[in-house]
Design a protein around this ligand. Structure first.
Ligand code: NAD
Length: 555
């Protein structure tokens, strides 16, 4: 292909040293068929594109029609990632315009299948991969990234991808997907985001035996070797990208809690599985209080699962209940857990540290159904990653105990949900206040349509990230997630609640994220954690920092 040099005027204003062909092959500069005739002439693109110029709206229409023609969600995912690699601006325009339709494709639930198939659908590399063989050279590896002003890093070691377990290097789909939501939902500039895979091996035999697997085909490292690599990565980020927020994502809980404790007061970091989940779930619970009339502090919550999500949610609920007047001990006693073995209670000697604060004095109870009967909870929250655990018997029992039983089936992806929206509404005779981790279609039951909400972390983390970036906060605190939850709940309208939805529609996500960013900034300034001058109007400032997917004019 001929490589025509861009004339000096265009060169200096937008992209020094690039040719017209470079622009077509650069996803952040490419406009595809939307290059105008004038631009085509100036940039040496004449003859390299079909002659008729498209508007961006026409390109979006072409894209969405093409997506809808695909026969599986995984194929749709592949198409979307191909677009991201080709024309980033159009990707984000399309995701923003069709957020309800495309978010489940680029993130949960489809991203689960995409990770499982990562090595087989791989087309083009995205992000940074670090293995134990880069020990001592992690800084150099980070410096290979072409963008300097990185502000948000999502890093995983692939050990607990969604509810799918150890996917090793295949887990890279998660940081990529999550960062695309930081941009689509909150407007963090794509060039300020960096996905990182810490490939420390995998214990997944299927992948170890797969010749196409793209990660290190070795067992996971652990102990000091693992900790040292993580530490080197964290330190290297401080040097290479000193303003970057590090979001730990989908680490197994034995590492997730530890790493959060180790780094939360040292660097700008959070764990979305623990803190982001907590915030969106707390917002959902706040919404239920408007329908039940029962204050949060009076609720009794039974968790199925006692891992990162469950303990994170409980810790934030405790903080919220304390804000409503309970003591910490009283608040903790309103949170109960059933793990893979039995009810978490004080006579058990097999409890991991993170469960111990919630091991209340109680006779042993063997399973969830029995725990519901004995404890009579007002809310049931499923975060075990185990499908179909909220049986008809359990939902009926919850509906017998409560006029409006709160049932959150948060395990992802859809295949792992504790029950479906339809099951929750039918078994509770339409009384359940239901939210799920992965989206469910509206349910018709006895002449009514129920639009259940998705307790999607995407309501929270992008806005938190935008707030942190906007004021260059030094730390991310639990108070920020509490304020984010209150802000999200405040944005739920009576109309949303009337349809059964405990969250605002996803179509408002950029507005929601801006409000959350403003709330996060307020905390940062109040606590002396912000390092940028304080803006007069935080909401307006947050909005002004949002990236808009519109084409540049090359003239
Ligand atoms: P985790 O591995 O830290 O915790 C899982 C917990 O479930 C552990 O305590 C384990 O003991 C328990 N468990 C396993 N089998 C069980 C069984 N049969 N009965 C009862 N408990 C059992 O994982 P996590 O990060 O807490 O995530 C759990 C699930 O929640 C995943 O499916 C994840 O996708 C989902 N999740 C959803 C959201 C959301 O919807 N916003 C956010 C985060 C996590």
């Amino acid at each position: 292909m001929p490589a025509t040099k861009i004339p000096p005027s265009a060169k200096t204003s937008v992209h020094p040293g690039k040719t017209g062909v470079d622009l077509l092959h650069n996803p952040s500069l490419n406009k595809g068929t939307a290059f105008t005739n004038e631009e085509r002439k100036k940039l040496g693109l004449l003859g390299l594109l079909p002659p008729r110029v498209s508007t961006m709206d026409q390109q979006v229409l072409r894209l969405i029609n093409n997506i809808r023609r695909q026969t599986s969600d995984l194929q749709k995912y592949v198409e979307m990632i191909a677009l991201l690699d080709r024309n980033e601006t159009l990707f984000y325009r399309a995701v923003q315009d069709y957020i309800d339709e495309l978010m489940p494709i680029i993130y949960t639930p489809t991203v689960g299948a995409a990770c499982q198939m990562y090595a087989h659908i791989f087309r083009r590399s995205r992000g940074i991969f670090i293995t134990k063989y880069e020990k001592g050279a992690v800084k150099q590896v980070l410096k290979n990234w072409p963008h300097q002003d990185v502000r948000v890093i999502v890093v995983t070691d692939g050990e607990r991808i969604l509810g799918l377990g150890d996917l090793g290097c295949n887990g890279m789909g998660i940081p990529v997907g999550k960062l695309s939501l930081y941009t689509a939902c909150a407007g963090i500039h794509p060039e300020q985001t960096l996905p990182v895979m810490l490939d420390v091996g995998t214990n997944n035999e299927k992948f170890l035996n797969d010749p196409l697997y793209l990660g290190m085909p070795e067992k996971r490292i652990a102990g000091k070797e693992y900790d040292d690599l993580i530490h080197e990565f964290v330190q290297a980020v401080q040097e290479v990208f000193p303003k970057a927020l590090i979001q730990f994502e989908d680490f197994a809980n034995h590492n997730a809690f530890r790493l959060l404790e180790k780094y939360r007061d040292e660097i700008c970091t959070f764990n979305d599985d623990i803190q982001g989940t907590a915030s969106v779930t707390l917002a959902g619970l706040f919404s239920t209080t408007r329908l039940t009339g029962m204050a949060l502090k009076d609720m009794k919550i039974l968790f199925h699962g006692a891992g990162e999500a469950a303990i994170g949610i409980a810790d934030l609920i405790v903080g919220a209940m304390v804000a409503e007047g309970l003591t910490k001990e009283e608040a903790k006693k309103r949170c109960w857990f059933v793990d893979s073995k039995a009810l978490v209670e004080s006579s058990r000697s097999d409890l991991q540290d993170h469960k111990k604060p919630y091991a209340h004095k109680h006779p042993p109870v063997g399973n969830l159904a029995a725990a519901v009967k004995v404890l009579k909870p007002t809310a049931l929250i499923g975060v075990s990653g185990m499908a179909k655990q909220f049986t008809k018997e359990i939902v009926e029992e919850m509906s017998r105990i409560n006029q409006r039983p709160v049932i959150f089936a948060l395990s992802n992806p859809t295949s792992q949900a504790e029950c479906s929206a339809e099951e929750a509404y039918v078994w509770s005779d339409g009384r359940a206040l239901f939210a799920s981790g992965s989206p469910f279609a509206p349910v018709e039951h006895q002449g009514r349509t129920y639009v259940s909400g998705q307790g999607n972390n995407a309501y929270i983390f992008p806005g938190v990230g935008l707030g942190v970036v906007a004021c260059a906060a030094k730390r991310v605190t639990d108070e920020m997630f509490y304020e984010a939850a209150k802000t999200l709940a405040r944005l739920v309208t009576q109309g949303d609640l009337d349809t059964g939805c405990l969250f605002p529609p996803l179509t408002k996500i950029r507005e929601v994220s801006a409000h959350i960013a403003a709330a996060v900034m307020s905390v940062a300034y109040r606590r002396g954690l912000a390092t940028e001058p304080k803006p007069r109007d935080m909401l307006a400032f947050a909005k002004s920092r949002q990236y808009e997917p519109v084409y540049k004019k090359y003239a």
